[in-house]
Design a protein around this ligand. Structure first.
Ligand code: BGP
Length: 484
């Protein structure tokens, strides 16, 4: 009888994921410069769709810098993790985390992005954070840029449209690889690298209103990020061969709206265009279907000699991704379009949605894990998954059974995928502690196992309260995913 896989491997990484701009606050402390993320919350509410915020434009930048918005600029105080990290990491350790994803705020290290010297106070801060994690044997999983392009690079080059960003990013990467050598084993270059083609400002600090051809500018910026990611991987291998480099995709699995061959083909195209990003990162070359897509849309990417060779020579070691929803693809869209996701997918009648319209699909996770493993045969890592919800405090408790149900159903399917043979490194729940939502810039879309007493206007005591899901997740980790 052939041996079959029974469950998660013993060194499976369990924990949670965050981003500096959504958790730290201290937006201008210890020499930090402004970053793209500091402007996102000033997009006028009427311009926002339910969850997919519209782009920042130059006039929003001007008004923000001129202090024309009410209250402190920028408002983004996160949950003050910059000062509370010791207490919060202690709570993560109480749940038994073996890994914790965070981003280094690039503009803490190079305030303008192009500074000749790094900011020692910024480097020191993350020394302290990594030291605290090490105290509890929690592996840091570190994102170099989580939508956090320094504002100086936006002002000087219009963000990643400028090829100069490659060199500045590699200098930043080299600085932190040297500083934290031996402390960080898992690195990620760009968070959800595909978002740059949905939201160029968020993904790459690109002000589309300054560009003749915004779509082409976004693909040009993306190319610069691909090259920068490969050059950073090259540096990492030189500085710390033990460390591993990962890429990170917002994986949006698309289903055909009907069994009509045209809908099936449309779903294939949508999935190919989503996986193109990990194709480049993991296989080291642009796939032909993408070259055809660019040609048919009259998009030209300017490349320099050596770019393609660098991509080929320095692919990533592992593939990480976020998973929240699945979409429907239709060659002839009719029927209700759900406002609830970045791609304005049609509503799937077989799926429930979150309060923000994200279509909840646990089985989709097993499906896409099998697809990605078959496609790449590289270790996979779920570095974001979770349910944003309106939580209520009732006599000092938060009974978030809906969140436990969501996570339980996703972890069940993840386990099935592992039994199917998928090489899965770990599972990091997004927002293990309530933090600022990326798309709404509000606190009320809560994800945490830990409640933070802070409302959308920044009012509250900041008190941390364990939700019911806190003890549930602690048991999941203690039993390596057995007791759900
Ligand atoms: C992903 C981002 C995270 C986080 C998550 C939840 O796209 O990588 O930063 O924000 O989405 O989204 P939201 O915060 O909009 O609910």
């Amino acid at each position: 009888m052939m041996e079959t896989i029974k469950g998660f491997k013993d060194d499976f990484l369990w924990g949670g994921a965050t981003a500096a701009n959504q958790i730290e606050g201290a937006f201008d402390e210890d020499g930090k410069g402004l970053s793209a993320a500091d402007f996102v919350e000033y997009i006028p509410k009427e311009q926002r769709t339910k969850d997919n915020h519209m782009e920042v434009t130059s006039d929003v930048i001007k008004k923000a810098l001129a202090g024309e918005y009410s209250g402190r600029f920028p408002k983004r105080e996160g949950i003050d993790f910059y000062h509370t990290y010791k207490e919060d990491i202690k709570l993560f350790a109480e749940m038994g985390f073996t890994a914790f994803r965070l981003s280094i705020h690039w503009s803490r290290i190079f305030p303008n992005g192009y500074d000749a010297e790094p900011n020692e106070a910024g480097l020191k801060h993350y020394d302290e954070v990594f030291k605290e994690l090490r105290k509890y044997n929690i592996e840091p999983v570190v994102t170099l840029s989580h939508y956090e392009t320094p504002y100086g690079l936006i002002e000087k080059y219009n963000g990643w449209v400028g090829r100069e960003c490659i060199e500045h990013f590699v200098t930043y990467a080299e600085t932190v690889f040297n500083r934290y050598k031996g402390q960080v084993k898992y690195w990620i270059t760009f968070n959800e690298i595909n978002i740059i083609n949905i939201s160029p400002f968020t993904g790459g600090g690109v002000l589309s209103d300054l560009e003749e051809n915004p779509e082409e500018a976004a693909y040009q910026a993306l190319h610069h990020q691909f090259v920068a990611s490969s050059l950073a991987t090259k540096k990492l291998k030189e500085i710390d061969p033990e460390a591993q480099m990962g890429c990170m995709l917002a994986r949006m699995l698309s289903y055909p709206n009907t069994c009509h061959p045209e809908d099936v083909r449309k779903a294939q195209v949508d999935n190919q265009l989503n996986l193109m990003y990990t194709d480049v990162h993991a296989r080291g070359e642009y796939p032909n279907f993408f070259k055809r897509h660019l040609a048919e849309n009259n998009i030209t990417i300017q490349m320099e000699d050596g770019d393609l060779a660098v991509l080929k020579q320095y692919p990533v070691d592992y593939i990480s991704f976020s998973y929240y929803m699945t979409l429907l693809s239709s060659a002839a869209p009719e029927g209700e379009v759900t406002a609830g996701n970045l791609m304005n997918s049609l509503k799937n009648p077989y799926l429930e949605s979150s309060d923000w319209g994200w279509q909840i699909d646990p089985l989709g996770l097993r499906t896409l894990l099998n697809d990605m493993w078959d496609r790449y045969q590289k270790p996979l890592f779920i570095v974001e998954n979770g349910l944003g919800a309106y939580d209520k405090v009732e006599e000092g408790r938060i009974h978030d059974s809906y969140r436990i149900d969501y996570l339980k159903r996703h972890i069940e399917q993840m386990k099935e995928a592992v039994k199917d043979g998928v090489d899965l490194m770990g599972y990091l729940a997004w927002g293990p502690i309530d933090l600022v939502s990326m798309s709404t810039s509000e606190m009320s879309k809560r994800y945490g196992f830990i409640y933070v007493d802070k409302d959308d206007d920044g009012r509250g005591t900041g008190e941390r309260i364990r939700k019911d899901s806190f003890d549930w997740y602690k048991e999941v980790i203690a039993t390596n995913g057995e007791n759900l």
